[in-house]
Design a protein around this ligand. Structure first.
Ligand code: ZN
Ligand code: ZN
Length: 379
């Protein structure tokens, strides 16, 4: 199986610059507009995917950790909720390090700033831009999931011209005289004595074939205007910082009623006062007294789901870990809960009451009757 590194022809230790450079070189070579070999399209897709994974620090780390087949397997697994498939308008798509089978042409466009090389045909209406927005959520919301409203600004359809760009709802348009409505113009060129006919986008109407005679003043005839929108985000239980949700078609509307881009909500989880998180496990360190460590005790411990009794057996050493099963975070895909791992830290009292002091002194006297720790240690 060819690794993503092999596909790009870089070493496993390649820097991000090297990866980008390798991608650029290969993507240009195999872009279906340039390379007419039937297998070029497949190769182009492979290159794009390899670049998508290796250019993302988190994805690359997971890939290195899991190996090629393990990573691809995890990608195929998808999510229990949502999955990685694309949805229609307004659909939701969860993504994490395994998610996001990004369109290879989108990747190409983001690197080269253009979708392809061919310019001969009528200009496709360009899709609106996708928007990324960070949503801060509490530790609790990340663990249990929530519905939470967020406001963001985007380009929406112009309310005055309904996206047409002209007043009177699109009636103020006429056929472009330069290209007679075809959106393209042809010119003859001669290279090394050979004649070529070159077809390019009409510069007058930018390929639309129509010209606006009565431009909308509200949107400078782009057909869109800035607005603030709000959306209720369905925060999945188990989400972590960096995971993003895609809302298809909720990004910027394209110019003149062309389709909207997507909205990506990226989660940023605030830390908790006492709990921390490692994957789906919850970590908690609690202080216990010397007597509790020596004699044992049963303690009521807070968990993210409520409280649990923890039995500290007699003779517990400092930094011992205890596992509370199924008291961790639900897995975002399977909803299976992790554990809560409780570490005990024995607190040595710095200030003693008279009574405590006399008890410790008594203990010291008793301990001096038997061989000291040091003697045993060196014997
Ligand atoms: Zn308008
Ligand atoms: Zn024209």
């Amino acid at each position: 199986m060819e690794s993503y590194y092999d596909i790009l022809g870089v070493s496993k230790s390649a820097s991000i610059e090297e990866i980008k450079k390798a991608y650029k070189k290969r993507a240009k070579e195999y872009h279906p507009d340039i390379n007419k070999d039937p297998s070029a399209q497949d190769t182009f897709k492979k290159i794009s995917k390899a670049y998508q994974i290796l250019s993302d620090e988190e994805k690359r780390a997971a890939y290195d950790r899991m190996g090629h087949s393990g990573f691809e397997q995890a990608q195929k697994g998808g999510y229990g909720r949502g999955g990685n498939q694309s949805y229609g308008q307004g659909g939701i798509n969860y993504e994490d390090i395994f998610g996001g089978g990004q369109d290879p042409f989108d990747i190409f466009e983001s690197i080269f700033g253009s979708r392809g090389y061919s310019g001969g045909t009528q200009r496709q209406p360009s899709r609106g831009e996708s928007i990324e927005t960070v949503m801060s959520i509490s530790f609790d919301e990340a663990v249990h999931g929530a519905g939470k409203k967020i406001s963001y600004s985007r380009f929406a359809q112009c309310s005055n011209c309904k996206g047409s760009g002209s007043n009177n709802g699109g009636k103020g348009q006429e056929q472009c005289k330069t290209c007679s409505g075809s959106g393209q113009v042809t010119s003859n060129r001669s290279i090394f004595g050979a004649q070529y006919t070159q077809t390019t986008i009409c510069p007058d109407c930018r390929g639309k074939g129509q010209k606006i005679t009565n431009p909308c003043v509200n949107c400078s005839s782009t057909g869109r205007q800035k607005t603030t929108e709000s959306i209720t985000v369905d925060i999945p239980a188990g989400v972590e910082t960096g995971i993003r949700i895609k809302y298809s078609g909720k990004g910027n509307v394209g110019e003149n009623n062309s389709p909207a881009g997507d909205l990506y909500i990226i989660f940023k989880v605030s830390p908790h006062k006492v709990f921390s998180r490692s994957g789906n496990n919850i970590l908690l360190t609690i202080p216990i007294t010397i007597s509790q460590a020596v004699l044992g005790d049963t303690l009521e411990i807070p968990t993210i789901h409520g409280t649990e009794n923890l039995v500290i057996p007699a003779g517990t050493a400092s930094n011992k870990e205890f596992t509370l099963k199924d008291q961790g975070v639900p897995d975002i895909r399977t909803q299976r809960k992790g554990q809560q791992i409780v570490t005990v830290s024995i607190e040595i009292p710095k200030k003693l009451t008279k009574e405590q002091k006399s008890l410790f002194e008594k203990l010291k006297v008793i301990e001096s009757d038997s061989p000291s720790l040091l003697e045993k240690f060196f014997s």
